[in-house]
Design a protein around this ligand. Structure first.
Ligand code: PLP
Ligand code: ZN
Length: 407
């Protein structure tokens, strides 16, 4: 496989052995470029393979896919969701449920490739700053690889399930008395100084794993591309990765069309939506981002240029939703489709509904909403929003009252 790194700003290319996460010339974002003329991947070849991310190994830029650090990530379900279609007001909706990954979020797609690259580069320790799921995922993959893991978290702002995972898998967990954006700049400095391999989504190799979500959507729809893919945006790596996946599949002739990429942010953390509306390519960072959707509580998304490019190139759009809209969509997913997601994930459904209402999305569309993380990640938000479970003496009389009340 012929692979290089290319700067998305100045377009200078670098060898794949380059250890830098950004362009040494202009500090633009780097992107992994695979020479697709040399790749042979057919629908027939895929038929024989099990449904995990590594079925696409011809497009995964690692030295030896058979030695990848894997927990069988990917291969998540794509549900047809008629109740959500009705709720949002479009013809057809599918839910790509990324909460079904091994640690409960799409981050696992990035970490299987990212930690495999870390070992190739000879790293003995990996690190990240995280709003929660990156740390949960990285700590599991570092454990599998047998290397050390350092995670920096905004103290007191991490959903309990995610924190529990990082602790369980044995990471060195450090709370920082500041927000995510500050934690990210601190871990970057620490990684450069102490030789820790950084696995935030500024790392272009991680996004190579995440592009497989696009591959799977195309395959699961019988090689038909949906009109639109709606993705919650935090640091904005995922939407750009999914877009890259669709583009590579089209270059290989596996699909004929491309979906409109649609990014959703929370109102209290929506710098990319603002930039999109204003027709700008640079964001103005939000100093104190705030939302119940902690996974997308990010004021200065590092991958904003990649996300804006994906949205504009694909003819998509960006919109923001309120916390109330997010929590309502979470409830509808849970109660009408049986799909339990964390708040950030529900932003995709809330955003679709809003865009249809605004007339930005046509009612005849076939749409895939990506739900990014599992409901169990954030049990506290559920207990703070919903009725407490009932409690009674073990009496058939008392139980009977409840049953007949229809509660
Ligand atoms: C990380 C994460 C996001 C944001 O993804 P980005 O690639 O940072 O835009 C959204 N939802 C969940 C559940 C996440 O864990
Ligand atoms: Zn550059």
């Amino acid at each position: 496989m012929k692979v290089a790194l290319r700067c998305i700003s100045c377009e200078k290319t670098y060898s794949q052995d380059t250890r830098s996460y950004t362009c040494p010339e202009c500090s633009g974002l780097l992107e992994v470029c695979i020479d697709l003329d040399e790749v042979r991947l057919t629908k027939g070849m895929l038929e024989q393979r099990s449904f995990t991310l590594w079925r696409y190994r011809e497009l995964m830029p690692v030295m030896d896919a058979s030695r990848a650090v894997s927990l069988r990530e990917g291969g998540t379900p794509l549900y047809r969701a008629p109740e959500i279609a009705e709720y949002a007001g479009v013809r057809e909706v599918y839910i790509k449920n990324e909460g079904a990954n091994p640690t409960g979020s799409f981050k696992d797609r990035g970490m299987t490739v990212g930690v495999t690259k870390a070992l190739e580069f000879g790293a003995r320790a990996v690190g990240c700053a995280s709003t929660g799921n990156t740390s949960a995922s990285l700590s599991a993959y570092a454990a599998k690889a047998g290397i050390r893991c350092l995670v920096l978290l905004p103290a007191g702002k991490i959903a309990l399930g995610k924190l529990a995972q990082a602790v369980l898998h044995g990471a060195t967990v450090v709370g920082i008395r500041a927000n995510f954006d500050v934690a990210l700049s601190l871990i970057k400095e620490a990684c450069a100084k102490y030789g820790v391999y950084l696995l935030n989504s500024i790392n272009p190799w991680r996004l190579e794993g995440q592009k497989s979500c696009g591959f799977e959507i195309a395959e699961q729809l019988g090689w038909e591309v949906p009109d639109r893919v709606v993705v919650p945006m935090g640091n904005c790596g995922n939407i750009s990765a999914i877009w890259k996946g669709f583009r590579e599949f089209r270059s290989l002739g596996l699909i004929d069309e491309l979906p409109a990429m649609t990014g959703i942010q929370a109102e209290g953390a929506s710098p990319v939506v603002e930039a999109f509306r204003a027709g700008r390519s640079e964001i103005v960072p939000v100093k104190e981002p705030e939302t119940v959707a902690t996974a997308i509580r990010i004021g200065a998304p590092v991958n904003a240029p990649k996300a804006l490019r994906a949205i504009r190139e694909s003819g998509g759009c960006a919109e923001s939703v309120s916390d109330a809209e997010i929590l309502e969509a979470q409830r509808v997913l849970a109660r009408c489709e049986g799909v339990g997601v964390e708040p950030a994930s529900a932003a995709s459904v809330a955003g679709l509904r809003k865009l249809v209402e605004m007339g930005e999305v046509d009612r005849s569309e076939r749409v895939v909403c990506v739900t990014t993380g599992h409901a169990l990640k954030d049990p506290e938000i559920i207990f703070s929003r919903y009725e407490k479970p009932l409690e009674i003496e073990p009496s058939i009389l008392e139980l009977g009252k409840i049953i007949s009340s229809g509660a």
